[in-house]
Design a protein around this ligand. Structure first.
Ligand code: ACO
Length: 376
């Protein structure tokens, strides 16, 4: 074969029952359910069950999963010690990556790749990663660890552990919907990383650590923090035009804009913008959200005719800001949600594994004569 599929664009690397995206229509479907329906009616826990089982749970199954997630919320002593060493020198995404590997190291079942154990591992990681990030943040800000609460759902409990303040109903629902929106997205870069690692029959923890490392980059999950920095640098409405012109003039990209698959609109951005308006109405800290709206309008005029629209990261930045979340936790929060989609793909992969081993087209030198070191 002489062609190179750069970026693997347009290539199906596997089949999946989890997610379908129509980039032209701006549709996102999780196992047959439209994202607009899930964002309106579902919960993050229910979506996790849906992804792990490809159907919605009944009451008993929901209770069983919730009980499992609650039982895994604690902070393991070894992870606590690890965080106390890491918080001052390691940024949150790498901390999460290391913590996941350590959780794998202390799980005696980590190399059991059968579906029931993998499902338990998926739930374990979902619960524990949230605790890791909250505990890390409490430590670095010199605050006491806030113990998880059994009477709060996964998203509200995370905000509680992070801030020590119980979120109000709108804040809890907004964050839960953001978690639903980020949970799954077919074959993106981080999911592919996870699958490549799992395809060697390495364990789920290592596959997730690979995915976290991949999500970190600014062209993928790192974009939400980059959006925050852009809006922060712009600062005022008057500065939008000069800032964007200078940025594009240097050949740089506006973060939170554009998508490999969505060429009309990213439905997640529409849902987040709507939620953002509701949160802004009760927030004393709406400046960045308002500035994001102005930036969006400016870019719509500037980029008219090009298939470049706000993606999920564009509004998540200012919505998280209004929820009082520090900007360097935006990408880790993406991981706290996407862990469900990653692990769902891993369940599919382990159940029908094939080693991922593509080719590369050789373009280097040929027929060289080897000269000993003293002759070169
Ligand atoms: N700002 C300005 N121009 C852009 C942007 C952007 N954000 N994105 C793409 N373009 C332009 C490119 O410069 C290129 O222009 P040209 O044809 O004149 O050279 C054209 O649009 C096509 O760009 P590609 O790189 O081919 O598009 P691709 O599908 O590879 O890009 C990507 C997708 C990487 C997401 C890109 O849009 C981007 O860099 N966006 C900013 C980063 C970002 O927000 N990432 C988060 C994505 S969502 C997620 O991962 C959760």
């Amino acid at each position: 074969m002489t062609e190179v599929a750069r970026g693997l664009e347009g290539i199906n690397v596997t089949a999946t029952k989890l997610c379908r995206i129509d980039g032209q229509k701006g549709e996102l479907i999780y196992s047959g359910y439209d994202i607009f329906d899930l964002a309106e009616k579902s919960t993050f826990e229910e979506v996790a069950f849906l992804l792990w089982n490809q159907r919605l749970p009944n009451k008993a199954e929901m209770l069983e999963l919730n009980t499992k997630l609650l039982s895994e919320r604690g902070l393991d002593p070894i992870v606590e010690r690890l965080l106390s060493e890491l918080w001052a020198v390691v940024r949150p995404m790498r901390t999460l990556e290391i913590a996941v590997e350590v959780l794998g190291a202390i799980d005696k079942d980590s190399s059991d790749l059968t579906t029931p154990t993998l499902r338990k591992t998926a739930a374990r990681l979902t619960a524990k990663m949230a605790t890791v990030i909250a505990a890390y943040h409490r430590m670095r800000t010199g605050q006491e660890f806030v113990a998880p609460r059994d009477d709060l759902g996964h998203s509200a409990n995370f905000l509680w552990m992070l801030t020590g303040k119980e979120p109000n109903a709108l804040e809890a629902r907004t964050f839960d919907v953001a978690m639903i929106l980020h949970a799954e997205h077919e074959m993106n870069a981080s999911t592919f990383s996870a699958i490549v690692t799992a395809s060697t029959l390495s364990d789920m923890y290592s596959a997730i650590a690979s995915a976290i490392g991949t999500l970190k980059g600014p062209l993928h999950g790192g974009a939400n923090e980059a959006v925050y920095k852009t809006v922060e640098a712009i600062g005022t409405e008057q500065n939008i035009a000069p800032h964007v012109e200078a940025l594009l003039g240097r050949g740089e990209r506006v973060m939170g804009i554009g998508h490999r698959v969505y060429k009309t609109t990213d439905p997640r951005a529409i849902i987040l913008e709507k939620l953002g308006h509701a949160v802004a109405d009760q927030s004393p800290d709406r400046k960045y959200f308002d500035l994001s709206l102005k930036l969006r309008d400016y870019l719509a005029r500037k980029l008219e005719g090009k298939p470049l629209y706000p993606n999920v990261d564009f509004f998540s930045a200012s919505v998280y800001k209004m929820l009082g979340i520090p900007s360097d936790l935006y990408t880790p929060i993406f991981a706290l949600s996407r862990i469900t989609g990653w692990t769902a793909h891993l369940l599919e992969q382990y159940a029908d594994n094939r080693l991922v081993r593509p080719n590369a087209l050789y373009e280097g030198a040929a027929n060289r004569e080897y000269l000993p070191l003293d002759k070169r």
